[in-house]
Design a protein around this ligand. Structure first.
Ligand SMILES: [Zn+2]
Length: 268
């Protein structure tokens, strides 16, 4: 009997060692599990006061859902490096999904949990972007084009997210959109037009007006779309990076104002 239990312990040890060596993220997966357990405890706490006085549990509720998707590039050398960064507590950054150059998709936390990917950011009146969004990081050195394989994987993830959370097309945006002057991801090569054609994000019509009305206020239009126009040059740069994708001057020319005029009406 004693021999049998020693054998079992030994077998268990071998199994643990084997699973650790096959999955380098075994230990951080354990931390993830522990933290989700702690969060579920928070939800189970009666929220009004400790004694439960005046607490009347309603029968009608669900979980809050993300309503935005923020796309990033990692500006790192490999997926491996990004996964490592997002599993080190000291970095304080994470994303729901990481997609490799080879199209491999890694999910790092549940869609209904809050990842730390937006940082100081604003879109319209929304300031706590992390609470309202899903963060997707694309493995990229910050300058290179995105491979077709990687974009195909991204489209699959976006399709799933749009369906499960009912996210509106206009709410698929980039990190640079919500953090003008601070962030420039995803880079200028990102295929926003392709995404918009599939229903993720908006894009301008192919035919634009000959000239914008004299009364058209371009900064006001940027603000209506969602841009933080506190620094007008930075807001215009972010707009150019997303919707023009060439010379990022920070000052919209006449052609670019026509694009903006066309787009802002879609956001009204
Ligand atoms: Zn980013």
């Amino acid at each position: 009997m004693r021999f049998k239990s020693t054998l079992l312990i030994f077998a268990g040890l071998i199994f643990t060692l084997a699973s650790c060596s096959s999955n380098p993220y075994g230990p951080t997966n354990k931390v993830y599990k522990k933290q989700t357990k702690e969060l579920s405890k928070v939800i189970r706490t009666k929220p009004i006061n400790p004694s439960g006085e005046n607490f009347v549990g309603t029968t009608n509720f669900g979980l809050r859902k993300p309503n935005y998707v923020i796309i990033h590039h990692t500006e790192q050398k490999s997926t491996e490096q990004t996964l490592k960064t997002f599993t080190l507590p000291r970095t304080q950054v994470s994303a729901h999904y990481v997609i490799g150059r080879d199209g491999a998709v890694y999910q790092m936390l549940h869609d209904l949990l809050r990842a730390w990917h937006g940082g100081a950011a604003k879109w319209g009146n929304l300031t706590d972007i992390n609470s309202a969004s899903i963060g997707i990081e694309l493995d990229n050195n910050g300058l290179e084009p995105f491979s077709e394989t990687q974009i195909n994987s991204l489209l699959k993830v976006l399709t799933k997210l749009k369906k499960s959370h009912g996210i509106p097309a206009a709410n698929f945006i980039g990190h640079s959109d919500i953090a003008p002057g601070r962030k420039v991801d995803p880079n200028i090569n990102f295929p926003w037009k392709t995404l918009a054609e599939k229903g993720f994000g908006l894009w301008q019509d192919s035919i634009l007006v000959d000239s914008v009305p004299e009364s058209f206020k371009h900064l006001e239009a940027l603000r209506i779309i969602g841009y933080d126009i506190k620094n007008p040059v930075n807001a215009q740069k972010s707009f150019q990076l997303h919707f023009v994708q060439k010379d990022i001057t920070g000052v919209l020319n006449e052609e670019e104002k026509k694009i903006l005029f066309n787009l802002y009406k879609k956001y009204l």
